[in-house]
Write a protein that binds this ligand. Sequence first.
Ligand code: DUC
Ligand code: ZN
Ligand code: ZN
Length: 481
Amino acid sequence: MPAQPSSEPTTLIRGGTVVNAEGFVRADVLVRGERVIGIGVDHDWDADTVIDATDKYVMPGGIDVHTHLEYPIDGFTTRTADDFATGSVAAAFGGTTMFIDFVKKRPDASLYETFVDRRKVAEEKSIVDFSLHAIVPPLAQQADVHEDLERLYEEQGVTSWKFFMAYPGTQMVEDNELLAGMDLAKRLGALPMVHAENGHMINRASSQLLESGKTAEIHHVDAHGHSSEAEAVHRAIVLAEEVGTPLYVVHVSSEQAAVEIARARSEGIEVWGETCPQYLLTALEDYEGLGDRAAGYICSPPIRERANQAGLWKYLAADGLSTLATDHAAFCMEQPDDLPPQKLRSPGYFPKTPNGVPGLEDRLKVVWEAGVVEGRMDICRFVELVATRPAKLFGLYPRKGTVSVGADADIVVWDPNSDHTITAAESHSRTDYNLYEGMHVTGLPVTVLSRGKVLIHDRQLQEAATTTRGQYHCRENAQLY
Ligand code: DUC
Ligand code: ZN
Ligand code: ZN
């Protein structure tokens, strides 16, 4: 199939192995404009740009469905360090060509108004495509929030809504509100997402720790027990089943919580679990001796004991857990002048340590290393976890999450023979530390295309990255299978 005459630029990715969730094949990929227009070996294709992918994999760009860029937390007293510019550059360097961030209602605006402002900021800054989930505030913060959710769904394609089962008094919704939100989600076909930790159990444990003088960073993990996560996951599944809606559980950190999801899935219940690299590759043992600097590892739910990791890997392999996202909420350890108080704003007092860890640039590399190179998953499952399943669940498939004719040319050329040692100094996030500092990885994204534009080539940022902007995506309903 010769390329049809067109004024749009063409790119030929030649000599690689195309990897999709369903399988892999040795084939060339022809891109015209923003889309893939041909995949094959027997052709007379010519193109304006030819990329040699010999001995490399050609995969769909990573989709990170859980990020927090320039994101306000703790009652808007601080915000994450990466803005949409630095965060999206870090994403591109790491082979991620689409992210889905969150909108949290500002105190002075409705959820809808906050969404409009945030979408605009991201459109001005991001170099890769993006979308936004809505965070559903308690009704006490916005009594008519369901009207906004419906409007966001209809007008902006916001087809996924996150509910907090933790943080009573600020973000937590009680079960009646969760049920009402799930009812609305079911009526529209939106996908409810839950931060599943029992907020009352966490508050009780925190108070007891503080009363006994256990205020140091390391006690954050003690306040967020496995059982508080497993209980909330179980409850969310029961409530979703009662309503009859599918459910997505974000950032599953505990094997006990994964067991609840896997059990429900084995009974045919439509619940999907996400986990994150920090829960698979870092552990409590990595930060228990760090004193105040354990702050760099604090996130919720917490990074748990090393013995917990094997269970998460087991459920990832068996599809008890179905997606890998980062929950990238990067803060700096050293305080920059131009950012609000960061990780060390309250040394020795864990309740005020900003929650969140970085990972957007590293997700594909570290999961490839620990997953594919170390034999825990094959390359197709890797693609499914980091791109295809996220695209399906969040209404982007088959436009994204696959290298197929007609799909957006969001493509990563992956060199399984390149190696690299991860350091914060060579990373592109604004944060100044890296959870994977010193980790040696084999397998790197060498060329990255976003809707046909080459953003990264030979691991260098290209001119196109300075002149193009990512697009906001209105999303469809989840495709569950
Ligand atoms: N939940 C998240 O998903 N990210 C940051 C903090 C939190 O509680
Ligand atoms: Zn959360
Ligand atoms: Zn998050």
